[in-house]
Design a protein around this ligand. Structure first.
Ligand code: SF4
Length: 502
């Protein structure tokens, strides 16, 4: 081994160091010199510029290839405020050019073998395969349809490899009988409630079990977050298993952050073997939000839409991403997050439609405090014809304090009207902020219930650790699950026998 190794130690994300022949390097330099200044190309090697209004999306710090995250705004990217959200720009230009429907095509995750290489070779190869004459006559044809087909024949195989085959169509689930209690209730037309539990920070489970026991009778299912804000906690599947042991139905949340495609598939097979029947796919908060020292912020293998696409195909087609057959495919009810207040409602509706097409059967939305805004978003969804294809559960939180209200108003994707902050301010001065927060939640729920026939199917409570309030909210809003008669005495007895150590 030489004493001095003049190797490149640092590898930029999309240009990994590889030994390549001279011809390949020349092509790469040429492509980058041209497409870099023109389209902001980052040489991902899996070119999708055709679908993204000729703006390279790989500038997105999360590496998203299927649309904006919940933190997208017209002003800046929430991870790096010194730059705009590139997906916002792509959506804006696509709508201006009338190319927005192209954004519906479900695009694959990167083929890391190709990352850093040119895509021109693949394009030339496709042209040769079709035949130069045929390509020339197709592109010069008078028929717009022939021109489009020829163009697509060249570029589609570059962005849609055989192992992916993404499209813009809706793919209904390939089963008929509900696979979970949550799905059964939704199919039966119930207005359901789910509630989110934040997993514990330690391996002690008594508090977690207390939260499960306190809430399980009042809701159809319990969500367990997957390291929200990129903060390590007990894993969502361990919490889900504990919930199953305590006769509660879990919704396993899986975030794309820090998760590879291999890891996702094996985890889902394992979780379903343990009895998990509801899975919620989210892209996840950036590792930038995690506590310091921060992990690698460039582990961006998948986004939520790609996760949905992979999991739906595992379930309905019985196939791993690499094409291997699954003899006993997993069963699950697939969900996704929706964000009525991130970016322009028409942009969001398009992103939501893409999730439904990819496999989302239910949405749990980000927090809603503004019914008018929710209605605008619903109307945009109706225009996209997706309301009869997905169950929507609206996110509600009881605000516990004025401080929490102020903090929420700064969260990307949450819109807190000024009048709610004022109400919390007045209540805070009067010393009853908690009660006011509960009243606001109850008022919102009572209005949202009226949308049951207009595309809303339930409430998703996010009490942020204040799980004791869930029973009260469910009872006072008249949303106790049907057919359930709750024995409050036995619940109290259980609580007394299992005190939480503070
Ligand atoms: S706001 Fe989200 S989608 Fe937009 S560039 Fe930043 S990380 Fe990407």
């Amino acid at each position: 081994m030489p004493i001095f190794t003049p190797g490149r130690r640092w590898q930029p994300a999309y240009s990994p160091f590889k030994k390549e022949n001279f011809g390949d390097r020349v092509l790469q330099v040429l492509e980058y010199s041209l497409k870099g200044p023109l389209f902001g190309c980052r040489m991902c090697g899996n070119c999708l510029l055709q679908e993204t209004a000729f703006i390279c999306p790989m500038e997105c710090p999360k590496g998203l290839r299927n649309g904006p995250c919940g933190g997208s705004t017209s002003e800046y990217c929430y991870i790096d405020k010194t730059r705009p959200c590139i997906w916002y720009k792509i959506y804006e230009r696509s709508f201006q050019l009338g190319r927005e429907e192209l954004l519906l095509e479900v695009l694959p995750p990167l083929d890391w073998e190709k990352v850093g290489q040119d895509s021109w070779r693949d394009i030339f190869r496709n042209v040769a395969k079709i035949g130069y004459k045929k390509v020339a006559s197709g592109l010069l044809s008078r028929s717009a349809e022939t021109r489009k087909q020829t163009w697509d024949g060249i570029f589609r195989p570059v962005r849609q490899p055989d192992w992916w085959q993404g499209d813009s169509k809706y793919h209904p689930p390939a089963y008929t009988e509900p696979v979970s209690e949550l799905e059964r209730r939704l199919v039966a037309g119930e207005f359901v409630v789910t509630s989110e539990i934040t997993p514990p920070l330690s391996s002690r489970t008594d508090k977690l079990i207390q939260h499960i026991e306190t809430t399980r009778h009042y809701v159809s299912a319990l969500n367990f977050t997957d390291n929200a804000s990129a903060m390590p906690r007990m894993t969502s599947w361990a919490c889900s298993q504990i919930a199953i042991d305590h006769e509660a139905e879990p919704v396993l949340q899986i975030s794309a952050r820090n998760r590879s495609r291999g890891n996702l598939q094996s985890e889902v097979i394992g979780a379903t073997a343990l009895g998990v029947r509801n899975i919620l796919c989210v892209t996840g908060d950036s590792a930038k939000l995690s506590p310091s020292p921060r992990e690698n912020m460039e582990i961006n293998d998948l986004d939520a839409i790609q996760m949905l696409w992979i999991l739906r195909r595992m379930r309905d087609e019985g196939k791993y991403l690499d094409g291997r057959e699954i003899k006993y495919p997993p069963k699950f009810f697939l969900g996704a997050a929706a964000s009525p207040f991130s970016s322009d409602p028409k942009f969001q509706a398009l992103r939501e439609q893409k999730k439904v097409n990819a496999g989302a059967q239910f949405f749990q939305t980000n927090l809603v405090f503004d019914i008018n805004g929710m209605e605008i978003w619903l109307n945009e969804l109706a225009k996209r014809n997706v309301l009869d294809k997905v169950y929507i559960l609206i996110g509600i939180t009881p605000i516990k304090s004025l401080k929490m209200a102020v903090r929420l108003s700064e969260v990307p994707g949450v819109y807190l009207p000024e009048k709610i902050i004022r109400r919390m301010d007045v209540a805070n001065t009067a010393g009853n902020a908690q009660e006011e927060g509960v009243q606001i939640a109850l008022e919102l729920i009572s209005v949202i219930k009226r949308y049951h026939s207009q595309g809303i199917h339930g409430i998703h409570l996010m009490p942020v650790g204040w799980d004791e309030v869930v029973p009260r909210i469910v009872i006072e809003s008249g949303l106790m699950p049907k057919e359930y008669v709750f024995d409050q005495t036995s619940q109290q007895e259980w609580n007394n026998a299992h005190p939480i150590e503070k």
